[in-house]
Structure formats: C-alpha cells, structure tokens
Design a protein around this ligand. Sequence first.
Ligand SMILES: [Zn+2]
Ligand SMILES: [Zn+2]
Length: 384
Amino acid sequence: MKWPLSKKMETSLLTCVIHKSEQITMYCTDHSQLCCSKCFELNHRICLQVTPLPQAATGKSTNFKNLSVSTENTLSQMKQCQTYQEDRMKSLKVSYKEHEGLIVDGLRVNIVSYLRECETSTVNTTHEHMQYPISEMREEIKYLLADFEKSTIKEKKEDLNQKQAPLKVVRNSCIRLHYELFHLHVAIPKVLGKPVLSFIASKKCLENIQQSNIFIKENFPNHVFTLNGKSVHNVRMPSESGTCHITAVCALPNGQVLVADYYNKRVKLLNQQYRVVSHLDVRDGFIHDMCLITPTEVAVAMSKYEVQFITVSQSQLAKGRKLKLQQKCRGIAHNQGDLYICSPTALYKFTLRGKLDCRLYEDSSADDTGWQAVSDGPTIAGGE
Ligand SMILES: [Zn+2]
Ligand SMILES: [Zn+2]
C-alpha cells in the first residue's frame, strides 16, 4: 500500500541536516552537498558549481531500484550491528551473574564454616553454661555480609556498568542511524515524480548510507579476527588419495568440528582433538559452504542449486531435508532464523523453510561477483 507523502515528511526532507531551522535551497556539486543559505555563507561561497535546487534537480534521474537495494542492505547491516552490541552486553551480564553466583557461594562457605567453628568450640567447653557468645557471632556474620556487599558486589557492578557503557553508546547510535535511514527509505517511493524532493531524498539517502557504512565498519568487526594461535591437523581419511580441499568449517557448541571436503564430496566430523570420527558422503554435488543452524544441525550449500541439511547426533551424521533453489548456491550463513544465501552475483535472504524473502544485494557487472555470505561463526578455509 502506498500512502501519500505527509506534510511532516516533506518538511523534514526539505530541512537542512546541519541547520535545523533552515530549508535546503541549493546544491553544491563541488562538495556533492545539499546546502541551505547558512551552509552557503559558511562553506560554499567560493565553490564554483552551486546551483539552485530546481535547476540542480532537472534531468538528474536516480536509479531508485539500486538505491533501494543498497539502503536495505545497509539497514540490515545496521540491525546486525545493533544485535551484535546487544549480544556483547548480554554476555557481559551473564558472566557478571555467574561471577555473582560464585561470590555468593563463597560467602555461604565462609558463614557455614564459621558457624561450624562456633559449634565445635561450644561442644568442647567443659562448662555447660559457657556457650559461644551470640553477640560475637552476630558481629562476625554482619562483618562478612558488609564486606560482601561493599567490596565485592559493588565493585563488580560498577565494573559491569563501565564495560557496558560504550556498547550502549554504539547500540543507541545504531538505532538512531537506522531510524534516519529507514525514514528516507520510506519517503523515496512517495516522492517519485516530484523532481526536487526526489533529488533531495536520494542525496540524503546516499549520504546516510555512506555515514552508516563508515559507522558499521568501525563498530561491527565482521571480518576482523585476532589470531590467538594456530595448529595444523590432518583430516585426510585412509581411503582418500587426492587433495582434501576444505571449503567450510563449522564449530559445534560441544567442541566438535564439521569440515566440508570439496573434492571428496563429504562432510567430516572431527572430535575435540580434531581427529575424523565420522563422515557423510554428499555425492550429488560439490560443497561450497556450510553454516550452523542449531547446535546439532548444519546447512550445506551445494553446487547444484540446493541446500542440504545435515544433523549430528551422538557423533553420527545423517542427511535431513533439502531445499531446492532457483539460484546457484555459493555461500550460506544463518542468523536468527534467516538464511543468507549467495549466488555467484547476488545475496538473498530466505526463511529456514526455503521461502525467498528478498534480494539484499546484486552486482551483475561480472559473472562472479558474489562470494561467501556474511557469517556469524568462525570460517576457515584451507587445503592440503
Ligand atoms: Zn545548512
Ligand atoms: Zn561547496
């Protein structure tokens, strides 16, 4: 359904992003910037190509379809960035809770052993009336509790808040940037046919995408890993003579690892010492990629337009359901119930049941522009 552009939306489009009380009236080609009269006075007086808006907007058609695809792409990344920050905050909280549990356990042990000590010394007294003084016990327990509350708990809570604060800042920026871009994304289809507003909307949208992408790059370390160590393991099985070309790796939460062997067309299960303990042959095609769906299920991207699900149970692998696709399947990733699948030229979002949700990105400039989908787990590629 398409609602007309509201007055409020129009006003917001026309407002200068820097000077909120001014309307945009010009465009500076030198700086690729929309300007109000204040912007002009401050920064663009000596620019060579500053043109009034209606003139700047004539004959400039924007490819709204492409713009909309990149907007959706940025919006989805921004959401992922937000989730990433929230997950980090959550995991800090979990480790704090665990720590708190340990401290409470420690306190319990201290009190119990103290009381036991009191009991023993009471039993050992030869005189019946010489009980361990209650007031002293009370003092000692009070002291233990106070110390517990003051030093340990407070300190840890402050520590947690301090660690969460910068994550919160980034999370809030994600929400704000997402909101602003989404606002433009919604406005764009409504201004089609209005040259000046279309021009402003597309310029603002591009600007927001650029800013957002820089922000994402700085705060969402998608492909930045720190190498903590390296070890080499042989995953060749005795029956295999050719090359073992590992195209995908999935670490299971229980410490086992699945590797996809391209030429031998099989998925191998490694134990925690990285020895092959089981395997499953997938003869229908080559395996391009693999991702974790649940702690005991992975999805395998096959060369033949399909995704094969494989379950792991008691160190045995078994084939599960299969998804047939319209696209070639190059890469696969799973995030919160959505499957992200790469064809050689595009990135698609699917439901876990295999229903196409949308195309997030496409680059048809060459035959092979797509590569592996963004993954939330460790991905290692190697060969032998
Ligand atoms: Zn301005
Ligand atoms: Zn300028």
